[in-house]
Design a protein around this ligand. Sequence first.
Ligand code: HEC
Ligand code: HEC
Ligand code: HEC
Length: 134
Amino acid sequence: MKKTLLISMVTAALVCVFALPSLYAVDAPGDMVLKAPAGAKMTKSPVAFSHKGHTALDCAKCHHKWDGKGEIKNCSVEGCHADTSKEGKKKPTSFYSAFHAKADTSCVGCHKAMKKAKKATGPTKCGDCHPKKK
Ligand code: HEC
Ligand code: HEC
Ligand code: HEC
């Protein structure tokens, strides 16, 4: 009797050890440099982004179309923020909107909202994210 109890406890412990990490099956990347998608003209300098420095936030805050388990896609995939045209800049589906829209899912939107709420946050000025090209 005691032996079966022990075995089931050990089994339960092992299940926990191996099953838990699968809750975070998608690993968060480290520091990255964000650029416009291939083929799009860049008028500003690339943006340094510490992904690890932002992971205290809910993943789905930024990856707002992610289902919580599958693959996490780039912002600029077709159907998301793929529009890099000058005319489409203001549209929610533009590449520009992904990073500057008012909604707090965007870099600037979130930083501005938090700044207004007097919380520690990231930069809101163009040049702080897009440093002048040397
Ligand atoms: C503050 C916003 C933000 C948060 C929070 C965030 N990410 Fe990201 N993540 C990004 C951005 C921006 C990219 C780059 C997307 C691109 O290149 O278009 C990215 C890219 C990724 C990628 C690579 C996708 C690819 O194919 O390029 C993975 C995987 C990822 N994030 C996982 C996570 C996980 C897991 C979490 C939660 C622990 C998380 N992210 C939280 C903003 C965020
Ligand atoms: C939902 C809110 C949110 C979003 C979205 C977000 N940030 Fe931030 N960001 C923060 C907070 C909070 C901090 C302050 C972290 C700290 O220092 O405690 C921060 C800090 C920063 C900093 C300064 C510190 C560092 O990590 O170097 C930079 C630069 C930055 N963010 C860039 C970005 C970029 C680029 C994006 C979009 C790809 C982005 N952030 C999206 C909340 C956000
Ligand atoms: C919190 C960081 C942040 C701030 C502040 C910011 N941007 Fe961006 N911007 C980004 C990110 C991230 C991208 C996407 C990566 C890239 O294209 O460099 C981007 C892309 C762009 C693009 C499209 C790509 C290109 O190079 O043409 C333009 C235009 C742009 N930003 C202009 C601005 C202007 C103008 C301001 C000030 C009003 C500004 N940004 C403020 C983060 C920021």
